[in-house]
Design a protein around this ligand. Structure first.
Ligand SMILES: *Cc1c(COP(=O)(O)O)cnc(C)c1O
Length: 390
């Protein structure tokens, strides 16, 4: 065996996205003890930076030491008690995972089934809440990475609160790419991931909990069934004025990486980061449409950071992605769940969201698709995208 040297790819799938060299360099710095006072003060900075990213004053804001799925699980196992009724809005793959979580908590999921590729319909949530007066929690995915649709988190939360429910929101793909305003929208529990628009390596999940959520967690009748994710215990390590007693060994170097990724986000400014995602999405869109390909999600419900493109009839999905990878060192995503084989998912996330990648992706797609005799218009995409970039 020899050392492993990965190839240099361009990551334009649903995550992980390209990691900034600044983040990789930060992660290569010396490992120190996780209770070292210098490390503990860095943890405080990570918490402050996450509050900035989530636009919240929530005291309980921190990264869970595991990927986005563990952030999801942290929200459910802490807030849901056996027998609780939980309304789950589903418009893609990740809403299905929320249902799984509810069931495994011994609770009762009530599904609001939306159309895949569309935003969640607030009216449908309203009706489900009217029919289920005893529901305690509403859960939804803000940015459905499996379809590329964004939902109106503010309106969904208003409706849930009007019916006396707490809200759990998945912001894995939205954070850093689209507005996520935890305090203004009054979200109660939210989780994200590091490898999407934060452009850090995978393996951490930023979470934030409102005072109402913390109160519910403190007053549980039953113990949280997961020892590792029980926030009552984790708070002793990450909490404000906590004694920083040993709970688990923090992934020290991964946290250096997150710290750097958040410093980069703060330097750019949230509003500028959102505007950059919008701008490059529009340029990609101009090129894609000039080529004769089509978006799956209707305009107005599209995520700028995740572009689902319909695969033309007769085109071999896996072959196209394989050629993009081998000939162009470019990774784009396949369809997931009900959309498998029907769409490509092109990510423009964080550090990967730039003009070079838009033009690279369009050139590579045009090259591969014309070589495979797919029905695309040649020579129009780059001009359209360049014009949109201004
Ligand atoms: C990627 C993703 C997750 C899961 O995150 P992992 O880090 O892969 O565990 C959850 N929800 C959404 C919407 C995602 O895009």
């Amino acid at each position: 065996m020899k050392s492993f040297h990965p190839p240099q790819r361009t990551l334009m799938g649903p995550g992980p996205s390209d990691v900034s060299p600044r983040v990789l360099e930060a992660m290569a710095r010396p490992t120190i003890g996780h209770l070292d006072p210098v490390f503990v003060s860095m943890m405080d900075e990570v918490k402050a930076l996450l509050k900035y990213a989530f636009m919240t004053q929530n005291e309980l804001t921190m990264p869970v030491s595991a990927p986005g799925s563990a952030g999801m699980e942290t929200c459910f196992v802490n807030l849901v008690e056996p027998g609780d009724k939980v309304i789950v809005c589903q418009n893609g793959v990740f809403g299905g995972r929320m249902k799984e979580n509810v069931e495994r908590c011994g609770a009762i999921p009530v599904m609001v089934q939306g159309e895949w590729g569309r935003a969640i319909d607030p009216q449908q949530l309203e009706e489900a809440l009217k029919a289920n007066g005893d529901a305690k929690i509403v859960a939804f995915v803000h940015a459905e990475t499996s379809t590329g649709a964004i939902s109106d988190a503010k309106t969904l939360t208003e409706i849930a609160h009007r019916h006396g429910c707490l809200v759990i929101a998945d912001a894995v793909t939205s954070l850093g790419g689209s507005p996520v305003k935890v305090d203004e929208w009054k979200l109660d529990a939210i989780y994200s991931g590091t490898q999407k628009c934060l452009s850090c390596t995978p393996g951490l999940s930023p979470v934030s909990f409102s005072d109402a959520a913390v109160e519910k967690i403190r007053n549980r009748k039953t113990k949280v069934q997961s020892w590792f994710l029980d926030l009552n215990l984790v708070m002793g390590y990450w909490g404000a004025n906590a004694k920083r007693a040993y709970h688990h060994t923090a992934p020290i170097n991964a946290l250096y990486g997150l710290h750097e990724a958040l410093v980069i986000l703060e330097e750019e400014g949230l509003e500028n980061a959102w505007a950059r995602h919008d701008k490059h999405h529009l340029a990609l869109r101009a090129g894609i449409e000039a080529m004769g390909l089509q978006f799956v999600v209707p305009e107005g419900e599209r995520l700028p950071q995740l572009n689902a493109i319909a695969i033309p009839d007769g085109v071999d999905d896996a072959r196209v992605r394989g050629m993009l990878l081998s000939d162009w060192q470019l990774e784009i995503g396949a369809g997931l769940g009900a959309m498998a084989g029907k769409v490509w998912r092109i990510g423009l996330m964080g550090h990967a969201c730039n003009a070079r990648n838009v033009l690279l992706c369009l050139s590579a797609m045009e090259d591969v698709l014309t070589r495979l005799n797919a029905p695309v218009k040649k020579g129009a995409a780059l001009e359209a995208a360049t014009k949109a970039l201004g």
